[in-house]
Design a protein around this ligand. Structure first.
Ligand code: 8YV
Length: 327
């Protein structure tokens, strides 16, 4: 099993107990595409953590792989059609990171609404010297409308937290209506335009696809409320960064909380990092000890099942089993 990053021991232990030989990339830099192919030449399985491209070219070079397990729920870095064509099941880690990621979205919503990161930097600069009732003001969240773009399990967990904490009415836009969110949270399904126009906080929880790429662009930000906070914990590719910067500078929206950027890592000179109403985190959505252990364990279980020819516990392309006996 070739592993592209250092992953938690909990996952490695499981692979070792299954009698598998592990090779792990431990350098603090991304593998080049050629290095990835090289390391997979003698492997039966790939456990991929991070954003290495698993595209048609790579898959054609390593068609012998019996399984690829992602240490992630998102699979925008994988050409799923090509993997299915090669008969390679792709595993991911849904469910186990739902709460941690929703916590990160909630953290960014609250931190942005109170300019927390900017004010922290002000103290570091020695700039906490005088109290004025009109200084350092943020926005209250109580009773404000939360819009969710992508009402999957993470979107629902964010909506649940926000409703419980601030009694926020919930709007959402999704590929299809979500009856759980409607019944449990009174969430209202709306068009994308209504979501933009009526949300006080708009939180993004959709996968990055050809349809969602750059969805939050100049035209979208122009429809949002001047007091709106944009939160993205999904993928940086869903928002257009220059358009977001312009929308903030032109006061078309009030603030932004980002756990994901495009590109990643974000350059330290990025103007977003200087803005009072912007909070940026280095893609830590799932980064708790407990969650990363659970992700490593699920990724390892996907590898072990795949190598036995069994159906993966969490498979992205179940089509790979059509016409083939699974397990
Ligand atoms: C991590 C994620 O960044 O699951 C995802 O899709 O983006 C995050 O959990 C990561 O992929 C951990 O390997």
């Amino acid at each position: 099993v070739f592993i592209t990053r250092v992953i938690p021991q909990a996952g490695l232990r499981l692979l070792e107990e299954a009698g598998l030989t592990i090779e792990q990339w431990t350098k603090k830099r991304n593998l080049t595409p050629a290095e990835l192919v090289d390391h997979c030449r003698d492997a039966d399985a790939l456990l991929s953590a991070g954003s290495s491209k698993i595209d048609a070219g790579f898959l054609a070079a390593v068609p012998h792989l019996k399984v690829i397990a992602l240490h992630a729920v998102g699979y925008d870095n994988v050409d799923i059609t090509a993997a299915t064509a090669h008969g390679i099941p792709i595993g991911n880690t849904p469910g186990v990171l739902t709460d941690a990621t929703a916590d990160t979205a909630f953290l960014l919503m609250l931190a942005t609404s109170r300019k927390a990161f900017y004010l922290h930097k002000k103290i570091l600069r020695g700039d906490w010297n005088f109290f004025e009732p009109t200084a350092n003001l943020g926005l209250s969240l109580e009773g404000k409308t939360l819009g969710i773009f992508g009402m999957g399990s993470i979107g629902q967990a964010m909506a649940r937290r926000s409703k419980a904490a601030y009694n926020m009415p919930i709007l959402y836009h999704n590929r299809k209506p979500c009856t759980t969110a409607e019944k449990e949270l009174g969430a209202r399904y709306v068009s994308f335009e209504t979501l933009l126009r009526e949300s006080d906080v708009l939180s993004v929880h959709a996968p990055l696809t050809a349809d969602t790429q750059d969805k939050f662009n100049a035209a979208a930000f122009a429809q949002m409320k001047p007091n709106a906070i944009f939160v993205n914990t999904a993928r940086g590719g869903l928002h257009n960064e220059p358009d977001l910067i312009s929308a903030l500078l032109n006061h078309q929206i009030w603030g932004a909380g980002l756990d994901v950027t495009n590109p990643e890592p974000m350059h330290p000179d990025n103007v977003l990092l200087q803005m009072p109403n912007v909070c940026v985190l280095p893609h830590i959505g799932s980064a708790t000890v407990e969650t990363r252990d659970a992700m490593a364990i699920l990724a390892a279980r996907n590898i072990i099942a795949g190598l036995k020819g069994e159906r993966l516990p969490a498979v992205v392309n179940p089509q790979v089993y059509e016409g083939k006996p699974a397990g």
